[in-house]
Design a binder for this molecule. Structure first.
Ligand SMILES: NC(=O)C1=CN([C@@H]2O[C@H](COP(=O)(O)OP(=O)(O)OC[C@H]3O[C@@H](n4cnc5c(N)ncnc54)[C@H](OP(=O)(O)O)[C@@H]3O)[C@@H](O)[C@H]2O)[C@@H](O)CC1
Ligand SMILES: [K+]
Length: 487
């Protein structure tokens, strides 16, 4: 069993693949072995989360997830803890593994109760796993709410109950995201994408993985965790030309700050030279705080040898420069208002899609609403399946798509597994952090990194700054974030 961190490199598998892996493994082992291993893993993690616990509430559901809970109860009872099981379901309709584990819990003299204990030190959620098909309701929903509000740590078995393990969507009725409840999840056989995006990260908390001794699989992964990027060594004899030129195009009247933030981020992320082409004709000719940034009129920049970062603070004015940017930029990051302009203009969409055919790398960085506009759907549709939405964007426009949000998704149209990013936190929920990310990706592209790798690495580093920001330090603003951009 090991803990998943932002440094973890691992494949992720959807529910269908997990079922196939489970079936193959179960067929090769004596009956009930997998569930006994799963229950033991739950008990071990429970003991390490709450070593001094006396009472442990285990809520068990009607399927094999509940079976894992019964098995954990038996194990904890043998180790001198007091597990109290509440069960919702029909004992006679339990699957065979779960039925056997229920018997083992009874044989171990585990206490079964109708209601959760008045006092407990840890709750184990074994209500629903990957077989969750609809929103939990009735007593199940009540117990999930109770776990969420009692303030004691919660350990989810396999997946938080009610969470779709493929998409990370939490079906209504369960909450799972109460900020004051410490949450843990031990997941079995495979890591599931839904644990790491949409509601998944809040609902699961700290994730542990146990392959139940099954080892590697030949199943193709659904997605992957890419881990920490390697530090980029720079040769001594390199010069500013070695790291390329970035041109930020944006900053319509009143919004110069967004373009300057992206420029600052590109600079700190190691770009050789950074130009900022402002769309505001009355903008100051120099940014005295960052004199390294070369401010220009957007229309005066020759982008043919540059990486353009287009859209930051672009307003509606960015529309007029987009045809030239899409046609001429050697490499391109399309962000914010440039994405909104493209979403409403089929000619610009065709131009964007034509870049791949011309061998020009392009990364787009939408948040869910921008993604929805590009796909002609709602933000809710995008959030309902973030991996699918990112893949659709990538294939429709021939780009690398970075779908921002909790568990940023990075997809391209090469057929390579989609990447889910594990860095970042709510410190990034402040204005301008998206501009900083666009600038960081721009710097990586300008240094000739392949677009998918550039996007994955910049997203990881951007989130890592927020993750390692000291709680005693001043709040992390976008300006500070840009200055921390590492290379
Ligand atoms: N077999 C093994 O050896 C191993 C199994 N493992 C464990 O098994 C888990 C998968 O087990 P599973 O397939 O039985 O699915 P699970 O999530 O328990 O629920 C299915 C039941 O819930 C019901 N149900 C669904 N939604 C509901 C709702 N909202 N409210 C109420 N009921 C609802 C559904 O009913 P139905 O939809 O059919 O009406 C069905 O009865 C997996 O996540 C892992 O923990 C691992 O330990 C590896 C070893
Ligand atoms: K569960």
């Amino acid at each position: 069993m090991h803990r998943i961190t932002p440094a973890t490199v691992a494949d992720l598998f959807d529910i269908a693949a997990t079922r196939r892996i489970e079936q193959a493994a179960a067929a090769a082992l004596p009956a009930h072995t997998l569930m006994q291993r799963a229950g033991l893993a739950v008990a071990r993690l429970a003991m390490s989360i709450a070593p001094h616990a006396r009472t442990i509430w285990i809520a068990c559901g009607p399927g094999n997830n509940g079976g894992d809970g019964f098995e954990a109860a038996a194990q904890l009872q043998h180790r001198g803890f007091m597990p109290i099981v509440t069960f919702v379901g029909d004992e006679h309709r339990l699957p065979p593994d779960a039925k056997a584990s229920l018997q083992r819990a009874r044989d171990a003299s585990v206490i079964f109760a109708q209601k959760p204990p008045a006092e407990y030190e840890l709750a184990i959620d074994a209500l629903l796993g990957i077989g969750s098909t609809r929103p939990p309701e009735g007593v199940m929903a009540e117990w999930l709410r109770e776990m969420d509000t009692r303030g004691q740590p919660v350990l989810s078995v396999d997946v938080p109950s009610g969470l779709n393990a493929d998409t990370g969507v939490l079906l209504s009725g369960s909450t799972g995201a109460h900020a004051n409840t410490a949450r843990f999840c031990v997941t079995f056989l495979t890591l599931k994408p839904g644990l790491f995006t949409a509601h998944g990260r809040d609902a699961a908390g700290t994730v542990w993985f146990d392959d139940l001794g099954v080892g590697d699989t030949t199943e193709p992964p659904t997605a992957r965790l890419a881990g920490a990027p390697k530090a980029q060594a720079r040769t001594h004899a390199s010069h500013k030309g070695s790291y390329g030129d970035v041109a930020v195009i944006g900053g319509a009247p009143g919004m110069a700050g967004a373009a300057l933030l992206a420029g600052s981020a590109a600079l700190h992320a190691g770009a050789g030279r950074v130009f900022v082409g402002l769309l505001d004709p009355s903008a100051a000719p120099v940014d005295t705080a960052r004199p390294e940034l070369m401010l220009r009129d957007a229309s005066a920049l020759d982008l043919s040898g540059m990486t353009a970062v287009c859209g930051c603070g672009g307003g509606t004015d960015v529309r007029s420069v987009l045809p030239r940017v899409l046609a001429t930029a050697a490499a391109l990051v399309v962000d914010a208002d440039a994405l909104n302009a493209i979403a409403t203009d089929s000619a610009l969409q065709a131009q964007l899609a034509s870049r791949a055919r011309r061998g020009r790398p392009t990364v787009i960085t939408p948040h869910p609403l921008e993604a929805a506009r590009l796909l002609g759907c709602t933000a809710g549709d995008v959030q309902a399946d973030r991996l699918a939405a990112a893949r659709q964007l990538a294939s429709r426009f021939g780009v690398v798509a970075v779908l921002k949000g909790s568990g940023t998704v990075i997809a391209d149209d090469s057929g390579a597994p989609t990447v889910l990013n594990l860095t970042g936190n709510a410190r990034l929920a402040t204005a301008g952090t998206g501009d900083v990310l666009a600038g960081m990706i721009g710097a990586a592209l300008a240094a000739q990194q392949p677009a998918f790798e550039a996007a994955c690495e910049a997203v990881w580093r951007h989130g890592h700054i927020a993750d390692t920001w000291s709680t005693n330090a001043a709040p992390l603003t976008a300006g500070t974030l840009a200055r921390q951009a590492p290379f």
